[in-house]
Design a protein around this ligand. Structure first.
Ligand SMILES: *Cc1c(COP(=O)(O)O)cnc(C)c1O
Length: 376
């Protein structure tokens, strides 16, 4: 069994795995399951400081992104796709599938979306039904200020879909202070469940926009509106994955019981960045690094595949490569949720150093020792 230090999925705590083994009820019929689901969604809202409706859908994080676009997009709708990363740009595909017209606002992938530039752009063109933006764009690790971006978009009458799959529960996010209309999350990143669930937080304004559509939502499984009245009606459009949700509830209880989650992510992430730089390696980003993942340029003298393969085979540790425009260029250490602990991150830096040195790449310091000295 590998030590999982990837940019998601992350490690899963034993009590979450055990919760997934609890006896199963029939979730379509058992009123106690409706109460449990409703209460769990209430805790999801509480965790993000909002009273907006939260929903859990059976399907990996991508389902949430697609459901948000499917539910809001009507043919011909102009949608502003804020593109400063691979997931950011990827929203255009969902918009097109549902026959919206994506308009890309593209910025430098090495730093967060600059608010002034976005504001200047919107001054000239703000005829958009909604915009899409990513909180932590995992391939580069950039962290965008989605709270401020959503408020800016709102000031132009534009709704916001935000993907915080790889941000939430590792980076603070206050939905109550934002104007995000549909926030998307996933079970397998900083919440530290296995993959399989997506979470959505939906504003009243977004529900209204769905209800006022001129054309029906062109999906059954990705129709958010179909979930709106599940509790009043005691009816789900499809059978809920009970065991996955039992696991998610335990992970959420773990998160809510730990007041130190964000500090731990911040401390470990900072120490990883400092150690990597002190060793002479370079980070992909110039600024705006998320505390959930560190993205490192592949140094000369080794390929990403060699580094990943040898860390896995010789040290039993899995880290991530990358894809799309960053394929082969960077490797990524995930330090999110359960994987964000001092010992496993130190072991990861040790293994990376050993593999690099085996390939003749000499580092300026011992990354593990440096990291341990910078953390408590
Ligand atoms: C992980 C992730 C998702 C979910 O997508 P998968 O690649 O299928 O895991 C969506 N958005 C972001 C930013 C993610 O990091």
């Amino acid at each position: 069994m590998y030590k999982i230090m990837t940019a998601g999925p992350s490690q899963v705590r034993e009590n979450v795995r055990n919760a997934r083994a609890l006896p199963c009820t029939n979730p379509d019929i058992d009123p106690a399951f409706y109460d449990f689901y409703h209460e769990t969604c209430g805790l999801l809202s509480k965790a993000l400081h909002t009273d907006q409706t939260a929903l859990i859908l059976g399907g990996e994080g991508i389902l949430g992104l697609e459901a948000a676009c499917a539910s809001l997009t009507e043919p011909g709708d102009r949608v502003l796709v804020i593109d400063n990363g691979i997931f950011g740009k990827g929203f255009a595909d969902f918009v097109k599938i549902y026959e919206g017209v994506p308009v890309l606002f593209t910025t430098d992938y090495h730093e967060p979306v600059p608010l002034e530039a976005l504001d200047a752009y919107l001054k000239k063109d703000h005829n958009f039904k909604y915009a899409t933006v990513v909180h932590c764009d995992t391939p580069s690790g950039v962290l965008n200020d989605v709270e401020a971006i959503s408020r800016l978009l709102d000031s132009y009458g534009i709704m916001t879909i935000a993907d915080s799959v790889a941000g939430m529960f590792g980076e603070p996010l206050d939905l109550g202070k934002s104007r995000i209309d549909i926030l998307c999350g996933g079970s397998q990143k900083a919440l530290s469940c296995p993959p399989g669930l997506t979470m959505l937080w939906v504003s009243d304004r977004a529900f209204r926009a769905m209800e006022e559509r001129k054309t029906p939502i062109r999906s059954f499984y990705a129709n958010i509106l179909a979930m709106k009245n599940y509790y009043e009606d005691q009816w789900f459009p499809y059978t809920m994955p009970v065991s996955d949700i039992n696991g998610l509830r335990q992970a959420l209880d773990n998160f809510l019981a730990d007041p130190n989650v964000f500090n731990r992510h911040a401390e470990i992430a900072r120490a990883v960045r400092e150690s990597v730089k002190a060793a002479g390696l370079s980070l992909y980003l110039r600024s705006g690094m998320s505390n959930t993942v560190t993205v490192i340029n592949v140094p000369d003298g080794i390929t990403d595949r060699e580094l990943l393969k040898e860390m896995a085979e010789d040290y039993n540790i899995l880290i991530s490569g990358c894809f799309d425009v960053l394929a082969g260029k960077v490797v990524r250490i995930g330090h999110m949720g359960e994987s964000c602990n001092r010992k496993d991150v130190a072991d990861t830096l040790f293994a990376m150093q050993k593999v690099l040195e085996k390939h003749g790449i000499l580092l300026h310091c011992d990354m593990k020792e440096k990291f341990l000295a910078l953390t408590k």
